[in-house]
Each structure stands twice: as C-alpha cells, then as structure tokens.
Design a protein around this ligand. Structure first.
Ligand SMILES: [Zn+2]
Length: 164
C-alpha cells in the first residue's frame, strides 16, 4: 500500500470529501441498496458522486465506484482519470479496483478496509485493492483509513444482520 505524506490542509480536504462519500453510503441503504458511496474530486472540488445501486437498478455490478467511473467517463467522454481523486467509503472490490486501473485513476482514498468488511461476516478477507494494483500496469496513489470508524459503523449496522 502506498501512503504518502499529507499536509494538514490536504488531510482536512480528505476528511471533508470522505464525509460526503460516507453520507452517500448511508443514503444508498435508505434507497434499498448496499451502504457504499463514492465521490470524484478534481482541483479541490467534487465533480461527480454515486452510491451503490445494485438493488435499485437490478445490476449486481452497480457498485458505488464502478458506477461512478462508468457514468462520469461516459458523460464527459473521457477515458483517463489521472487528474482525479476517488473517495470511497470502503476499499474497492476486485472489480472496482480493476476499473480504477482501466480508468488510470490518479489517487484513491478509502475509509473502511475490505478486511474490516469481511470481519463483519466473521471472515478474514484480503487486501483486494492492493492485490489488483500490485499486479496491474497502473497503480493509483492510495490513502487508506480516512473516517474508517464512521464508515465501519454503517457497514456493521447494515451487514451485521447477515452474519452467520
Ligand atoms: Zn466494487
């Protein structure tokens, strides 16, 4: 995992944008899908946001991150997110991490980790995004754990009832 030094102002920005991603994760559950949210930032401002819509759209691939990348790139007619930072309330899965590679995302910030999510189900999980990036031709910068506890509380509240 790549962790770069952040200035206090940049770290405050990370918290601010992640707060919006976490807010969207809560909304996603209220809208009948799973509690994951993502926002895309460029030049200090949010340019796009998305929540998990798998049930509302009957699309098992409509994760917050993949849905955001697909829709934003299509609407803007762009193929490259190198100048963008994507904030997501939970570490991206293998599929979404792969999409970040194909979109050449510049930077990824996530809150809870995939292992945090797995722990709710009583399993170990794995470092899925790090695995994908380590074995791909493109690696975004990664910052992990911003508002981790806030996001984890929402995930636990939602997925805790499915625990075996
Ligand atoms: Zn995903």
């Amino acid at each position: 995992m790549i962790q770069e030094e952040r200035t206090p102002a940049a770290a405050a920005d990370d918290v601010r944008f992640m707060r919006e991603a976490v807010r969207l994760s809560r909304l996603a559950a209220e809208h009948g899908s799973e509690p994951f949210g993502a926002v895309l930032v460029k030049d200090g401002g949010i340019v796009y946001s998305n929540e998990n819509q798998i049930y509302s759209q009957s699309d098992p691939t409509f994760h917050a991150e993949l849905g955001l990348i697909r829709r934003f790139c299509h609407e803007k007619r762009i193929m490259n997110l190198r100048d963008y930072t994507l904030y997501t309330s939970c570490e991206p899965c293998f599929m979404c991490s792969g999409a970040m590679v194909w979109a050449k995302l510049g930077r990824l910030v996530y809150a809870a980790g995939a292992r945090d999510l797995a722990s709710i189900f009583g399993s170990e999980g794995c470092d899925c995004s790090a695995l994908v990036f380590a074995n791909s031709g493109h690696r975004p910068q990664v910052t992990a754990g911003v508002l981790r506890q806030e996001s984890f509380a929402i995930l636990k509240d939602y997925f805790g009832k499915f625990r075996k």
